[in-house]
Design a protein around this ligand. Sequence first.
Ligand SMILES: *[C@@H]1O[C@H](CO)[C@@H](O)[C@H](O)[C@H]1NC(C)=O
Ligand SMILES: *[C@@H]1O[C@H](CO)[C@@H](O)[C@H](O)[C@H]1NC(C)=O
Ligand SMILES: *[C@@H]1O[C@H](CO)[C@@H](O)[C@H](O)[C@H]1NC(C)=O
Ligand SMILES: *[C@@H]1O[C@H](CO)[C@@H](O)[C@H](O)[C@H]1NC(C)=O
Length: 236
Amino acid sequence: MSSTVIIGLLAAIAAPVFGRPGTQQVAAYDAVPSLSVPACPQLGSIKYSQSVPDKSPFPETQVDLCYDDTSLKIDFTAYDEQYFYFNSSHQMNDPIYEYEVMECFVYRGTEDPQTYLEFEVSPNNVTWHAFIYNPSKVRASGAVFDRFFITDPALDGISAATTLDKTNKIWKSSISLPLGFFNVDNGAANGTQWRMNFFRTITSPEIFPNQTLGAWSPPDQANFHMSPFFGHIQFV
Ligand SMILES: *[C@@H]1O[C@H](CO)[C@@H](O)[C@H](O)[C@H]1NC(C)=O
Ligand SMILES: *[C@@H]1O[C@H](CO)[C@@H](O)[C@H](O)[C@H]1NC(C)=O
Ligand SMILES: *[C@@H]1O[C@H](CO)[C@@H](O)[C@H](O)[C@H]1NC(C)=O
Ligand SMILES: *[C@@H]1O[C@H](CO)[C@@H](O)[C@H](O)[C@H]1NC(C)=O
């Protein structure tokens, strides 16, 4: 192979990476974490304890995932939870993210997505769920940013369950999402590749509306909607 061809090939391979806006995103893309997720009842597990964006210590947070023929199961566990702080007036799809939530952002594919599912749950088991359209991939100021709410989660096969253990400062929420949301047909999940990120917000009556933010793959701004930071996940 001539050197001209090799340079041409390298340029073609490198273009999608170096074509990204902003050098920080290129670095983040190379560094994002990955995880293999097995079929249930086995679990793929991560723990994170870094804040967004400065990666300072953050209360440990665990996420366990597995898949079956029709659904993706995600268990969120918040350790060292001191406040269990939520707004008791909030109902489904109200701004629960202003208080304490655990969240997943989920996309099936390998690219940095423009469209992905955002799912949140609060300590009183209220949920927030929408498909996001974020064509700038970083929720750039002035760019389009839209959301399409899921208004009947039970109909779609979404479930959630929450238990609080205030003595031991643990909050656990378990959710199930239909694989059909991501165009994975029944029984066809093995081998699929995903981009996801997981987040937790902490606030209290004393510091509200300020929050401390944590993530599995911390973005470099206090902004969860930066899909180049989503980690890589394989179903195995
Ligand atoms: C709780 O939410 C309701 C409805 O969004 C809002 O009117 C109220 O001010 C909130 N309460 C607090 C303490 O922020
Ligand atoms: C949590 O909410 C779901 C509906 O989203 C419901 O099915 C479940 O029973 C609720 N309660 C608890 C304690 O998890
Ligand atoms: C929220 O954070 C801002 C900026 O750090 C600070 O000035 C303000 O006092 C904080 N508010 C509360 C209620 O802690
Ligand atoms: C998924 O596919 C791989 C490769 O074919 C296989 O080794 C593995 O056992 C499969 N997993 C399940 C749960 O069937």
